[in-house]
Design a protein around this ligand. Structure first.
Ligand code: GAR
Length: 193
């Protein structure tokens, strides 16, 4: 990907829908010397997303688009991204599906984190499905976004053991802790490719 000169970091937007714990981990990472990215914009489809509070805490610009009229909101979003000179997008618990047209405009520059060992358990309710199938392991994956849901090239994965007592809540918690570690690692890997 881009070569970094001096302290010019790649201007990145993080898209969220909920609590934003991955957003927080990305912001913290972005402030380290080794980070190739800066987080300059937070986008949410949900005005009540808890993660939007990080905009205030870390003084980062935020915008909400509800995506009810997807094509209109995506074109507004594209204008905002252009105005803010955003060159990379990290989806972090963003629960809307972006159109092919949008993805094409940021080809190879959109990453997503997903709470399963892809290609297993694409889509929703990953933990519930893994437990129901008596899986021994689950985990999380960071991948490039292409036009097929949760199917782009895998950058990094972390496998974790499912224990007998795990519930969907305990499993989600265990996996989320690992997500916070692998998203920054995936970014470092992308920029060293
Ligand atoms: C994370 O577990 C993330 O992997 C998942 O939503 C959670 C968001 O948590 N994403 C998806 O399921 C996307 N299909 P966070 O808001 O605390 O980062």
């Amino acid at each position: 990907m881009a070569i970094l000169i001096g302290s010019n970091k790649v201007r990145t937007a993080v898209f969220i829908s909920g609590s934003g714990s991955n957003l927080k981990s990305l912001i913290k990472f972005s402030k380290t010397r080794q980070s190739p990215i800066s987080v300059d914009l937070i986008i949410s489809n949900n005005p009540k997303a808890k993660g939007l509070n990080y905009a205030k805490i870390f003084k980062i610009k935020k915008k909400v688009y509800n995506f009810k009229n997807k094509s209109l909101d995506e074109s507004r979003l594209l204008s905002t991204l252009k105005r803010q000179k955003i060159d990379m997008i990290c989806l972090a618990g963003f629960m809307k599906i972006l159109t092919k047209n949008f993805i094409k405009k940021f080809k190879g520059k959109i990453l997503n984190i997903h709470p399963s060992l892809l290609p297993k358990y694409k889509g929703l309710n990953t933990h519930q499905r893994a437990l129901k199938n008596n899986e021994k392991y689950s985990g999380c994956t960071v991948h490039f976004v292409n036009s097929k849901l949760d199917s782009g090239k895998i950058i990094i994965q972390k496998k974790i053991k499912i224990s007998k007592n795990d519930t969907k809540v305990s499993l989600a918690r265990k996996i989320l802790t690992q997500e916070h570690k692998i998203y920054p690692k995936a970014i470092l890997k992308v920029f060293s490719l």
